[in-house]
Design a protein around this ligand. Structure first.
Ligand SMILES: C[S@@+](CC[C@H](N)C(=O)[O-])C[C@H]1O[C@@H](n2cnc3c(N)ncnc32)[C@H](O)[C@@H]1O
Length: 408
């Protein structure tokens, strides 16, 4: 039966209820995780299935029968998805569902089923479903809704009750706002107080509610620094006052981010604290410059080091001699000032002067620049290019690979 779609919107409670999916291709792969999220007991019938669905079957999360559909498969189903590539089979499935009075979605002919899957935008516990009867319009409308919700701050205007009096240490990624995680963005939109680092993405701060307190915890290299204790104090103090505090940091909070100390300070004060990992500049910035930190058949190891102390410094915890003997990739963070001394230590330790190197400045930001050089010339390159933080130095064969990216 073909007719224009005039659906009645409804939310189905599928918890523990049998849902039959016929066909194990890409449509099933998209639908089944959502059905599982809703608690459905999914029964998949298909001679072949995608590796992802195979993984769900192997893990016992769905029941899979590796055969063709046959009449009777829909017995006892509350809901049916006909998602084979063969429209005759889908039509037979839809016909059996109709006879059983079970709602059925047809992936190949939306108007021929008895149910339609909406496009959805999910924000925490809010679900907005879009149905237009036309795929392109639905996708477009969904985009509009998603954007509008984003601009409206995504979540509820105030911090949810359960977040009050807690702290979230959020990794902001290397700087570009679209390299923040979705979880990080969502929590940021709910913050009452944001304690932000200089290297954290700045644009999302401008989208916060006007009443959100923003504390600038900028730690400018070799310049004035807000003492870590003062930051810890702010986190604890505001959380104790019942606020939801987001500590927004550059990259990942636990890689040279002192995030652990902040988590400890919260724990000592009895303040619940969560960590949202971030996209670390240590891997992301070389990637953005087109440099893979490992490469099959070339480099099987990558070491991330802090260059904030020069080799030989009494407080240094790095075994530079051991690093000089390694053949893999060395990624140096916070090393602009000390890279000449670091290069020297590596050369003395036996690493070849013609080992390729690259300096990447302002990764993901407007001024991103890459300077290719060698271990022997990296000190000169830093001076000639007048490199200033934030920058990352990559040393190793991978830095000499021809660029694989055509733009960016
Ligand atoms: C205190 S560490 C923090 C690292 C951070 N937690 C992370 O996971 O990316 C700061 C150093 O990270 C590097 N860095 C961070 N963001 C960068 C960016 N956008 N471009 C280049 N280097 C960056 C620089 O070496 C900088 O000195």
């Amino acid at each position: 039966m073909i007719r224009p779609v005039n659906p009645y919107p409804v939310g189905l409670d599928l918890e523990g209820r049998r849902v039959v999916v016929i066909g194990g291709g890409s449509v099933a792969q998209r639908r089944i995780p959502v059905l599982l999220d809703a608690g459905a007991a999914v029964h998949l019938v298909s001679p072949e299935i995608t590796p992802t669905l195979q993984g769900l079957a192997d893990a016992g999360r769905i029941r899979w029968e590796g055969r063709e559909y046959r009449t009777g498969d829909l017995e006892g189903a509350w809901y049916v998805v006909a998602a084979t590539k063969d429209s005759l089979v889908n039509a037979r499935v839809a016909a059996e569902a109709e006879q059983n009075r079970t709602f059925c979605v047809r992936s190949d002919a939306v108007n021929s089923g008895t149910a339609v899957t909406p496009a959805v935008v999910r924000r925490d516990d809010m679900l907005v479903a879009v149905l237009t009867g036309d795929r392109a319009r639905t996708a477009e409308a969904r985009e509009v809704v998603a954007r509008a919700l984003g601009e409206a701050g995504v979540a509820a205007p105030e911090a949810a009750q359960e977040l009050r009096g807690t702290v979230a240490l959020v990794g902001g990624g290397p700087g570009a706002d679209d390299l923040m995680t979705v979880r990080g963005r969502r929590l940021l939109a709910r913050a009452d107080v944001v304690v932000a680092d200089r290297l954290a993405p700045q644009r999302p701060l401008s989208e916060l509610r006007p009443d959100v307190e923003i504390v600038d915890a900028a730690k400018i290299p070799y310049g004035r620094a807000m003492a870590q204790e003062a930051i810890n104090e702010v986190l604890v103090d505001r959380a104790r006052a019942g606020k939801f505090v987001v500590r927004l940091k550059g990259g990942d909070p636990f890689l040279y981010g002192r995030g652990y100390e902040e988590a400890q300070a919260c724990a000592a004060a009895g303040i619940p604290c969560t960590v949202v990992p971030g996209v670390s500049s240590a891997l992301a910035v070389p990637a953005l410059a087109g440099i893979p930190v490992t490469n099959r058949g070339m480099t099987h190891e990558v070491t991330v080091v802090s260059g904030h102390l020069p080799p030989g410094h009494p407080e240094s915890l790095i075994d530079w001699e051991a690093l000089a003997r390694m053949r893999g990739t060395l990624v140096v963070l916070m090393g602009v000032k000390n890279t000449p001394a670091i290069a020297e230590a590596l050369l003395v330790g036996g690493r070849s002067a013609d080992t390729p190197a690259a300096i990447i400045v302002d990764g993901s930001l407007d001024g991103q620049a890459t300077y290719r050089c060698t271990l022997g010339s990296v000190a000169t390159a830093l001076e000639t290019e007048d490199v200033r933080p934030p920058a990352i130095v990559v040393i190793g064969q991978v830095a000499g690979l021809p660029p694989a990216l055509t733009a960016g």
